[in-house]
Design a protein around this ligand. Structure first.
Ligand code: CA
Length: 468
């Protein structure tokens, strides 16, 4: 989405797509029918050079406008996504017609080159050829709202509207460290080995694709819980995922905080092994979110509700085990993740090869989940989870300590769980499935630590490594 010519061709497509939106959606539902070129482009791939056909859907799509929201301000919105499993529900909402069912017949899901590009495109906004919102790691919507990661520190207020998924991430370790006992928990010998790397002048070097957000937090949490100070006894840095994998092959990178389908590829291609899945570090943890420019939501409240209702239905669809083969077929397509379906199938069944002699995992509840997990609702954006991301930001010195004093105000401005609840009602979610509290309560981690959202300071006090 960075080249003007690509933006132009995409804008042009939107104009032509309006008239045929319904037929496009129906066409995609036909078994074995490759979508027409125009439909392919609209399905998120217009910026993806050499886009091919999306694998055929195997069952019917929702009926466009069946539950069209009355007085909807627009039928269009452009949502950015990164081609990893976190984006699946956005893609399914588009492909299976759930957005269109509520009247959002011209939603575009636009592949972003990386998190930095997504941020840049949000700054531009759809009017300038960018995006209105989409998929984010936390606390990016907060960082953008506060102007902490934008050009010229411009504040671009954003709203967090839903959580997209839980789990589906992990920590990969380069093959050269096999046989050292580097798993979820490190014994003394393994800790000494890791610390010894630093003493030898070759510190454990680990990558994430964007700093001060989920991937950075997961690897920091895992290292610190295992007695290794991520700031002084390891080296963490931002590297594009493809480059990280290449560097892990050559041995110049030691670790990689990453999401499905990379973990399977790393083990299968013998680049390395998995030390931990995030589902092991913090079962049912918050992962990525749908967040929008608040000016877009404020201008289009009904369209926002319609879009959210479509997303909620898509998330419900994604969590039915019987739909996962079709989920794989759609998302693996060249327009979307562009990976062989075989690398997506095992994680979507909850099957993980960990490598390095560790037992394999085979549990659907360890897979990426989109609607429900053992602790409650996945889609609902708990304020207590936003608070954990802000607290962890304070822990590592990414945000000032007084963030916690002002946290209620800060979160109140960005987290719009009220909009989620309205959309859930529209989507027919029963009262029993709508959380009663904005807090999920006390959160538990693999090392025995607890985060009580009522007392974030106690959590910080309980931790050995921190910068506060
Ligand atoms: Ca992630």
């Amino acid at each position: 989405m960075t080249k003007f010519s690509e933006q132009f061709s995409r804008r042009k497509f939107i104009v032509t797509a309006g008239a045929s939106a319904v037929s496009t959606i129906l066409l995609k539902g036909c078994l074995g029918n490759p979508p027409e070129p125009g439909a392919t482009a609209g399905a998120g791939g217009s910026t993806n050079a050499g886009s091919g056909t999306v694998p055929a859907a195997t069952s019917a799509v929702a009926v466009a406008n069946e539950k069209r929201v009355e007085g909807i301000e627009t039928t269009k919105v452009i949502l950015g996504y990164i081609p990893i499993v976190e984006a699946a529900a956005l893609i399914i909402a588009k492909e299976k017609g759930f957005f269109a069912k509520y009247g959002m017949t011209e939603v575009e899901v636009a592949k972003q080159a990386n998190w930095g590009s997504a941020r840049d495109n949000l700054e531009i906004g759809s009017a300038g050829g960018g995006i209105d919102g989409g998929q984010w790691q936390m606390p990016m919507p907060y960082q953008i709202s506060e102007g902490l990661i934008t050009k010229g520190s411009v504040k671009i207020p954003m709203y967090v509207l839903a959580q997209l998924n839980t789990q589906g991430n992990g920590i990969a370790i380069a093959g050269k460290h096999k046989g050292k006992g580097i798993g979820l928990k490190l014994d003394q010998a393994a800790q000494d080995y890791m610390k010894g790397l630093k003493k030898a002048g070759t510190p454990f070097k680990a990558a994430y694709t964007f700093p001060k957000a989920n991937q950075d937090f997961w690897i920091r949490y895992w290292l610190a819980a295992n007695g290794i100070d991520p700031d002084t006894e390891a080296e963490l840095l931002t590297v594009p995922s493809a480059q990280t994998v290449a560097n892990m092959k050559t041995g110049s990178m030691d670790g990689f905080s990453t999401g499905d389908p990379w973990p399977l590829r790393i083990v299968q291609e013998d680049i390395g092994f998995m030390s931990a899945l995030t589902a092991q570090i913090w079962k049912d943890h918050p992962e990525e979110y749908l967040a929008m420019r608040s000016d877009w939501v404020d201008k289009h409240p009904k369209a926002s509700e319609a879009m959210l209702a479509g997303l909620i239905e898509a998330q419900q669809w994604c969590d039915k085990p019987e739909n996962r083969p079709e989920l794989v077929a759609i998302t693996s397509g060249r327009n979307y993740f562009d990976v062989p379906p075989a690398v997506l199938t095992p994680p979507y069944q909850g099957k993980y090869m960990m490598g390095d002699g560790q037992p394999e995992i085979d549990d659907f509840k360890m897979s990426p989940l989109y609607w429900k997990d053992d602790l409650g609702n996945v889609s609902y954006p708990y304020k207590s989870h936003d608070l954990w991301f802000l607290t962890e930001s304070v822990r590592w010195g990414f945000l000032p300590t007084n963030t916690l004093v002002d946290s209620k105000t800060i979160i109140g401005k960005v987290n719009r769980e009220d909009l989620w609840k309205a959309a859930a009602k529209l989507a027919g979610v029963t009262d029993a499935d709508i959380p009663k509290s904005t807090s999920r309560g006390i959160e538990k981690f693999f090392d025995g630590k607890e985060f009580n959202p009522e007392k974030p300071e106690d959590y910080l006090k309980s931790l050995t490594f921190k910068k506060v």
